[in-house]
Structures are given as structure tokens and as C-alpha cells.
Write a protein that binds this ligand. Sequence first.
Ligand code: GLU
Length: 485
Amino acid sequence: MTTSGVRVRIAPSPTGEPHVGTAYIALFNYLFAKKFGGEFILRIEDTDATRSTAEFEQKVLDALKWTGLTWSEGPDVGGPYGPYRQSERKDLYRPFVDKMLDNGGAFHCFCTPERLESMREAQRAAGKPPGYDGHCLHLKAEEVTSRVAAGEPHVVRLKVPTEGSCDFHDGVYGDVSIPWESVDMQVLLKADGMPTYHMANVVDDHMMKITHVARGEEWLASVPKHILIYKHLGLEPPVFMHLSLMRNHDKSKLSKRKNPTSISYYSALGYLPEALMNFLGLFFIQIAEGEELLTMEELIEKFDPDNLSKAGAIFDIQKLDWLNGRWLREKLTPEEFVARVLDWAQENDRLVEGLKLAQSRVTKLGELPPLAGFLLANDVGLTPASFGGLKTSPAETLEIVTTVQADLEKILEWNVTTIEEELRAISDRMGKKLRVVTPPLFVAVSGSQRSLPLFDSMALLGRSVVRQRLKVAIQVLTAMAGAQN
Ligand code: GLU
């Protein structure tokens, strides 16, 4: 592997809660950069304007900062190849698209959404794989020019060979061959002039002088498209490395339904970033038993991209707990430990804001731990008895918590106002009074029927912790409702 002037990047899309998978890929890139004295860069890929939000971008930055990884270029620190946010680079992409239109690597497509839908319908009915059928591929140049001049809505698509295969080398997978017939004529430029992920990603990797692209294996199938774009632009592709995804114990893809996946969940529960990085770093290196406890410097020293760990990346929470415990006990002085605890309790202002919420509810300060402790606790010890005093039956309580759990995922910005609005809307939709819907939630998030104001508490706990508590509540309630039938 050539490694002179290494420049690597993490390129998250700010479309959801920052995922531990992002930290995992970021760490690989960071170790790679450090190993070879290169640069590690952060780029925000927000070409999907409907799903990207400023709140999620801030969360990505905060979460990655919390991990302790540092980047030398990025939207927050600037750098010579900025801007580092794709939505601010819109005008930079057009000349590259034009070049591909000129040299036949891309074509205009005027197909309406209705036509594309009926095409997909027909493909489904015929049991064919979905993909653009090439309808606009052979339009005459004069027709294209006049339709574009007339302002007819259109996109630009990638022209893809119909025969043969795309053969390339991947730093992890080795030699890969993907038949061209399985590659779709990808949209490169959308009707609003914004590039799609594929176009922007390739142009930016080129303009930002990225030498090695290390990312999740879910992108391996996109490499042929990227290689074609590089080819039509007359550019040399970077070295590709596709890392195996982290998986649950049962080998299924790590998803928030099975395991908490948000970085913020792990920070809220009091995992040390060093322990999480140590845990993730073990996926990349080969070590003997007994050598697991490693600092970032030690990870860098042991990291060798030509000799990556062959074991799959199983997200084993017990191993993470074990490492975190060792970090807390063995790697921190008593003073450091206390400082970490205080920092952790202040995270997102939850201690200060929680105390303010509790002020009007206590007669003695000693009542604070049972009243507000749920804001810091790992879990609130839910049992069937926790829900025992509610007016709603276990089945109705379960219905409420399950509906709320699903609907809360739709909130884009997580704060007191949006949570309250959403819970009111959910109550309306369920045909129930808000005061019927909230008591089960009180119990689910705090473990008690008497606690701090619900909406504020949920905002302070954060989306990922609330999600986990509702999940546990659903498990307890499902068992209760089942037992009653
Ligand atoms: N924006 C993509 C993601 O969030 C980046 C993929 C890549 O690294 O090329 O997964």
C-alpha cells in the first residue's frame, strides 16, 4: 500500500443521531492517518437536504469531539480545501458534471416521477431488479439542448457499460469484480442542481486530495459508480478500504432496535471515550489475550492496515463494560476519576437543569437522589410493580408506550417544545387525553410515578436514553400483558 502524503477522511451525513459506527470508521481513519503521519479530515455530507439538519450536524461534531479524535481540517476548523460542508460547495460540482456530459460519461434524463414509478412497477411485476431503463439515453443532442433551454425539469445520470464487469482492488476485500449490469444509471445531479452523494463524494475526495477512502462495507457496491466517475473525469481513484460492519451477537447488522447505537447513549451512561475507542480499536488490530487495555498511542503503534484483524466486529457490550470498568479503575487517578464523574454529571447541563426542576418539589436536599437520580442512572429498574399503580391496564399502557416510542423517532429536533407537541399530537391520534398518555411515560423514563416534569426530563435525558428506557418498558409491559391473557 503506498502511503506517502496520506490524507483520509470521515464523511458523516447529519441525518440522525451520531452512530457508534461513525466513531468506528472515524477511528480507523484516524489510526491510519496517525500511523503514516498523514492528515485526518472531517467532511459533512449533507446533499440530502430533506434529511440533514443543523442539530444533527452539531451532534456529529460534539459526538466526534467527545471520542477524543481530532481532525486537522473540517467545517469547524477550516482548512485549505474548504468549505467542508457539501451544501456550501454546490457551485463547485457543476463543472465536473458538465465535463461528464461533454465527454459522454453522463446524460440528461427528463423522465417524470410518474414515468419512473410505472417503470419500477413494471420491473417489480416482471421480477426484474430495479434500475433506470435507459429511456433518455439515446435522445438526440438537439432535442436535449432545446428541452433544457425550455426549462424542462431534468436530472443528470451516469452512463454505465452494459457488458463486462468492474474489477478493482480493495485494501480489505482484495480483488473485487462487480458486473456492470448490476450497476444502476445513478442520478449524479438532481433537478434542483444539487449533486447526489456519489457525485459530491467523488469530486470532494478529489478536490480534498484524499488518498485512501476507508468506510463501511455497505459502500462496496457503489465503488463501480465511483470508479466510472473518476474515469470520465480523467482522475486517479483513491485506494479503497471497506471495513466490515459492526454486528450484533446474532450477526445481524447493528441497529438501534437491538442495541443502543448512539454515541450519546454511551456518553450519557458514563462510558469513558478512551474505553469506547479502546473497544473499537480492538476490531482493527491483532493482539494476544491479556493485551486488551490500550491507550490511543498504543492502538496507533499496533495498527497495521496490511494485517487487520480477521475476526468480525461483534458489538459485545459485556466486553465494552469490562474495558470501561478497567479504564475507570486502573487508568485514572482518584482525582481524575472525580473530575470525570463531575464532568459526566454536567453533560448537557443535566445536573444543573435537573436540580432546577427539582427545587420546587423537595423539603430536604436528601430527597434529591430518589427524585432526580433517574437523570443520571443507567437504568431505572423497571419491574411489573413499577407500572402497578397506573389507571391504564398493562395492555393499554403497552399500546401507549409502543406508539410513543415509534412516533418519537419522527421528531427532527429534540427539545421540550417539540417533545410536548409530539406527545399532544400522539394523544390526539390515539383518541386519548394527554393526561392518560403521560403517566405510563413518567414511569418508563423515571421508574416512578412521582418525578420531575416529563417533557423537560425527556429533553434532558436525550433521545437515545429515552429510546432505551421505552424499549425496556415495552419488554416489561409485554410480559405483563401476556401474563394477563
Ligand atoms: N456520507 C456517507 C456516510 O455517511 C459517507 C460514505 C463515504 O465515506 O464515502 O456513510
